[in-house]
Design a protein around this ligand. Sequence first.
Ligand SMILES: CC(C)(COP(=O)(O)OP(=O)(O)OC[C@H]1O[C@@H](n2cnc3c(N)ncnc32)[C@H](O)[C@@H]1OP(=O)(O)O)[C@@H](O)C(=O)NCCC(=O)NCCS
Length: 185
Amino acid sequence: MLGNDLLKGELVYLNAITRDDVSQYAKWFADLELLQYLWMQPLFPLTLEDEMEWYDRMRKSDVYNFAIRTIDHIILIGSGGLRSIDWKNRSAELGISIGDSSYWGRGYGTDATRVLLRYGFLELNLNRIGLEVYGYNERAIKSYQKIGFRLEGTRRQALFREGRYYDTHLMAVLREEWQDSANAD
Ligand SMILES: CC(C)(COP(=O)(O)OP(=O)(O)OC[C@H]1O[C@@H](n2cnc3c(N)ncnc32)[C@H](O)[C@@H]1OP(=O)(O)O)[C@@H](O)C(=O)NCCC(=O)NCCS
């Protein structure tokens, strides 16, 4: 049995998002540098009130969102979760956001994504976990490929940003692929 290790990676562990965390999220989500990777909608900085409303909605909905904290110093660095859960077809969408940009490119997000996959497949009994990533988010695409996500399709020129159109990519990993890979170790 994994017990607490179910939500532990090598660099991060996941636990509940508390009301006290929301002010930190509000600071991150006021930053367009981060939002450009997360939103198709017009970029617009969020406020603390927006985040509080999101938090209250999130607590009542069928989503599994976690705070991402560093394993050594218990610092809050982001959030991630599984949403749009289709319990009949056993599929969900993964969302991941390391809010503190000083942790980008250092493996923390990849580690947290691995933990989310383990949770989705072993605890939620999902069969398929998918996501959409924007063509200019090379770091995320590489991270997902490294973990075993496969490209399923491209939505051409689906995103208009800063004066031009970008493709977005649909990626997913199936439970059997995940089981066959080193991630399931
Ligand atoms: C996307 C994200 C989850 C990736 O996690 P991460 O831990 O930062 O990723 P990694 O450090 O494992 O890097 C992944 C790969 O991208 C490469 N990389 C790092 N920075 C890069 C950059 N600026 N441009 C291109 N590639 C980059 C790394 O070298 C690594 O490849 P490698 O393992 O072959 O060396 C994280 O950066 C993040 O949350 N970013 C902001 C929000 C976001 O983009 N969310 C995803 C929305 S779909």
